[in-house]
Design a protein around this ligand. Structure first.
Ligand code: IMP
Length: 211
């Protein structure tokens, strides 16, 4: 079935990401819907070396299941300078990759990942631990990437959590511009300054200009 006008299909199994995309889209007058039957589609292997490579892998694979439609996928993660860019493209699997010494296919849960990150920072000792979140959105049609957009948010990692919003590493990601962690922001505030919000607004500018 073709997507409705101004309805954008997205392929993500992460409820936190979906909530943020839908929040940002509503504010801007478009609807973001999950790709139908996403759960039944085999997940592509995210073995790219960069966020962009993984975003392309996902968008291309999922778009083959919605002929002629523009399908969005994103890859994102946290990069901590004192950890030489880790957890990076392995952000979702950080705890398991440290524990097993190799990159597993399955994700670790947020609590395990946060615990692993704090242990690594504690080993280093004193901060500040400058870090950035990166999000790459890829839009693909019929298995080919049409365009990609990148957004970044710069902050510092705490070793004690603050706030209960957001997801993933948010309680530890302090955003100096607002003096809060990402877990202390409302959905709208996070959208205004986050890596995902920035990439998504670039996508929407492109979408409006081309459709
Ligand atoms: P992906 O699903 O392979 O792109 O993994 C993204 C991972 O990066 C998530 O599971 C989180 O661990 C982390 N991450 C990405 N964006 C955010 C964010 O906005 N807040 C917190 N963690 C994030």
């Amino acid at each position: 079935m073709p997507a409705r006008e101004h309805q954008i299909l997205i392929a993500t199994s992460n409820p936190g990401k979906l909530r943020e995309f839908q929040g940002a889209a509503r504010e801007l007058g478009v609807a973001v819907e999950l790709l139908p039957d996403l759960r039944a589609i085999p997940q592509p292997i995210e073995d790219g070396a960069t966020f962009e490579a993984n975003a392309r892998i996902k968008a291309e694979a999922y778009s083959r299941h919605a002929p002629s439609e523009l399908v969005l996928a994103e890859d994102s993660g946290l990069s901590v300078d004192a950890l030489h860019g880790a957890p990076g493209v392995h952000s979702a699997r950080y705890a398991a990759s440290l524990r097993d010494g190799r990159v597993p296919h399955g994700n670790s849960d947020d609590e395990e990942n946060n615990h692993a990150l704090v242990s690594q920072l504690d080993r280093i000792g004193r901060g500040p631990f400058t870090a950035r979140y990166v999000c790459v959105i890829a839009a693909a049609r019929d298995g080919l990437t049409v365009v990609t957009f990148t957004g970044e948010a710069h902050g510092e990692m705490l070793t004690v959590p603050r706030g209960s919003g957001g997801f993933g590493y948010d309680p530890f990601f302090f955003f100096p511009d607002l003096g809060k962690t990402f877990a202390e922001l409302t959905l709208d505030e996070k959208s205004a300054c986050s890596h995902r919000g920035k990439a998504f607004r670039q996508f929407l500018d492109w979408y409006r200009a081309t459709s």
